[in-house]
Write a protein that binds this ligand. Structure first.
Ligand SMILES: [Zn+2]
Length: 103
């Protein structure tokens, strides 16, 4: 009965599988996610390598969630272009022309 169950399962898998196979695993998707987000935000045409990311995102809720988080982070960065975390002059000695020699 195990064999029957297996054939039923594989038949189900075949019926679920979409026409375009998912060529990426999650690691590969993650490695390309930033590039994919960049292309999408710029509105440029996706190269084949990035189409694979789109396919994977459509089929992998985990990566889709990670990608949404990435997009939100990118948007947040774009919303605050003037944000400069480098407020400590000690980290940027080259630009500190007004040193205080009197001390
Ligand atoms: Zn994934």
């Amino acid at each position: 009965m195990t064999a029957i169950a297996f054939s039923q399962i594989s038949g189900l898998i075949k019926s679920i599988a979409v026409a375009v196979p998912d060529q990426l695993d999650c690691d590969g998707c993650f490695n390309l996610a930033a590039e994919f987000a960049d292309a999408e935000l710029r509105g440029i045409e996706l190269p084949n390598a990035l189409n694979a990311v789109q396919i994977h995102l459509n089929q992998c809720p985990c990566c889709a969630y990670e990608y949404q988080a990435l997009l939100e982070a990118v948007h947040a960065a774009e919303d605050n272009p003037d944000t400069n975390p480098d407020t400590n002059p000690d980290t940027n000695p080259g630009t500190n022309s007004e040193v205080n020699p009197g001390l």
